[in-house]
Structure formats: structure tokens, C-alpha cells
Design a protein around this ligand. Sequence first.
Ligand code: NAP
Length: 309
Amino acid sequence: MNNIYDMIIIGSGPAGMAAAIYAQRAMLKTLVIEKDIPGGQVVNTYEVDNYPGIPDITGFELSTKMREHAEKLGVEIQSEFVEDVVLDNKIKVVKTSTNEYQSKTIIIATGAKWRKVGVKGEQEFTGRGVSYCATCDGAFFRNRTVAVIGGGDVAVEDAIFLARMCKKVYLLHRRDELRAVKILQENLFKIEKEKLEILWDTEVQEIIGNDQVEKITVVNNKTNEQKQIELEGVFVGIGTEPNSELIKDKVKCDDNGYVITDEAGETSVKGVYAAGDVKQKSLRQIITAAADGATSVYAAERYILENFS
Ligand code: NAP
């Protein structure tokens, strides 16, 4: 059983890194497999101000610290694209584009991806004015006019961040009240009127341009009033969808594709766990992702003791 890992963790966001740290400290033979852009969605968060003990840190810095912590403990990390997992037998198999690994347990920590609005022009202008990451692309829109779509934490955070550098930011929300936490709303409402305009009950119908985005058509869903707004950038912040394609036919998932686990993080397949944003849960935050990682390792450790001793 020398080549067989105790645990393979797929994904290197906060859930994956927390799992790796706990697994390494439990002296489990552990491998983390991450895709080309490591660190998960947290990397794109401009400011994380709710991770206890570490105020005023960017998502990128926090993610780097987590990784350094895991590496310091000696965690093995491979950057490979996972193409398939075989979960039918007691020893599970993880197939990547270049290797095949065997493991007693697997933790799925593949996170989530940005949801698309699904309007005409969105796909066409992605990378040419349409962005899903204000912290990555905001600087390209210095002194320009942009719109942010959404009413949750991400959209409001993005609007605040972009208002610091853009000429004008439109925040377009489909309802008349924001979903974002109150402290973010307070910070948003402090921004001067010339910099920020919130369009309530507003939906984007089309993103228009030639080489780059030039304008959008929006509609007020209460009055049906339509108008066009001239701008250079559209930032989409309307939530996420799980990265569960790899396992959605192999473990039980809910109707939205989130992996269903028990309280210990175990999926419908023994020895296979899910942690972080990919799983069905009530609160998707860095702290809950990290907690999922730790909980899964605790359960997996017991599973290994009971089934492989
Ligand atoms: P979210 O909380 O699910 O909010 C999504 C927003 O987009 C909602 O306002 C929703 O409108 C709107 N929306 C959804 N689909 C839409 C569509 N097709 N067209 C137009 N608008 C649409 O998602 P999120 O803001 O991306 O946040 C994701 C998770 O990360 C959340 O759990 C959040 O708390 C967490 N997060 C936390 C922090 C932090 O604590 N610092 C920072 C960022 C993110 P309705 O309100 O009408 O549903």
C-alpha cells in the first residue's frame, strides 16, 4: 500500500488548505491536487475583514498565508487537471491529465464558479469589458464608467472597490433591497452621488459594443422602462455555481449541483467527503470552508482507522 495515499484533496482554496493542514498534522499521507489557478475564489476578494484574528487582509494574502502554512508542514501539492475519479472500490482512483493516483479517502474541495447573467453580449465581451473579478480587472477601468450587476456581498464590495478608481459606478440590482451585509451597505451608501448610482429593480437585457463594451440596455422590471447606459465595463457579481461536474453523477447532489454531505462532511459514498463552497450548506464563507476542511479530515481519519487497520 506504499503508493496509496491516505487522503487526496482536490482543490486548494481555504477548504482544501485547511484539510491539508489538518491531514498533515494527523500524519496522513496526503496529496493536494489543484488546477492551474490555485487558491480558490478567495484570491479574488479584495478585502477580507471577517476572518477572526486577521483583520485588513486581502483575499490573495490570506490565501498565500494558508498555502505557506500547509507547505511549511510538508504538504505535497501537485498542479494537475483532474479528469475523472473512480469511487466504486474501497481504494479510490483520481485520474489527472498526466497521472493516476490511488487513495483511501478523497476530499472534494473544488469550490464554486461565478454565475453568468445569460444575456446577449455577455459571453462575446468577456475579457473585453465584461469581467467577473473587480479586484483582478478593476485597474483597467481607472477613470472610466462601469456597471456592477448584483446585490449581494460580492457586488457591493465590487462597487465600493471600483468607486475608488472609476469615474462612475452604476450598481444594478434586480430588487429594491440589497442582500449584502449591513456593514457593506453602510459603506456603499457613504459613496458620493456623482461616483455611484444605484439602479433598483433593474435588469440588464443586452451588452453592446464593437471591439469593446460600449453600452448596455437595462429595463426597470416594475415600470418596464428601458434605457441605455454608455459605459466601458460590466462587472458581474451575482453569485456562484458549484464546481461539481467531476462528481455530480457519482455522489448525491442537490438540484443546483451542490454536493450533499452529512454533518461530518461525508458524501453518499463512504470515504469521500466534500468541503467548502462545493457542498450544500447555509453559509459560504472562508471560515466555514476552512471549518469544513477540518471536519472532513477528522471524519476521514476515523474512517481510515476503522476500514484499513
Ligand atoms: P449572493 O449572496 O448569492 O448574491 C447574489 C446576488 O446577485 C443577489 O443580490 C441576487 O439577487 C443577484 N442575482 C442572482 N442571480 C441573478 C441574475 N440572474 N440576475 C441578476 N441578479 C442576480 O452571491 P455573492 O454576493 O456572489 O456572494 C457569494 C457568497 O460569498 C455569499 O455567501 C457571500 O456572503 C460570500 N461573500 C462574503 C464576503 C465577505 O464576508 N467579506 C465577501 C464576498 C462574498 P437577489 O438578492 O434578488 O436574490
